[in-house]
Ligand binder design. Structure first.
Ligand SMILES: [Zn+2]
Ligand SMILES: [Zn+2]
Length: 111
């Protein structure tokens, strides 16, 4: 998380203005207001880079649905981190493309 010198509309809720931003992908900034940052503690947040759709899913729910032990390990490691992840496509804008994506993300977005 870094601080910008000007205020931009929060990419997640599109309501609040904030100067805090993160890089969702190299070179792509997303702005995150305080309440969305707070939400990121208990939820995984994915943001679609092509249509802007935001997916917020409770970490506990996502983790409880994981069957793959390697993935589970990886996700448990980030349970305490604030994760806001940019994705190329989502179920909304590219139902075919999302199938090429990691199963976890697809699964998480469907819950
Ligand atoms: Zn926000
Ligand atoms: Zn999308």
């Amino acid at each position: 998380m870094e601080i910008n010198n000007k205020h931009e509309k929060c990419t997640i809720c599109k309501k609040e203005y904030t100067s805090t931003y993160a890089e969702a992908m190299p070179g792509i900034k997303i702005y995150v207001c305080e309440s969305c940052l707070e939400a990121a503690k208990n939820n995984f947040i994915w943001i679609c880079m092509s249509c802007g759709q935001v997916y917020i899913r409770p970490k506990k729910l996502v983790i409880s649905r994981l069957r793959d032990s390697e993935l589970l390990k990886a996700y448990l490691l980030c349970e305490d981190m604030q994760i806001i992840q940019g994705i190329d496509v989502c179920i909304e804008c590219d139902p075919e493309g999302i199938l090429r994506y990691m199963d976890t993300q697809k699964m998480a977005m469907e819950c």
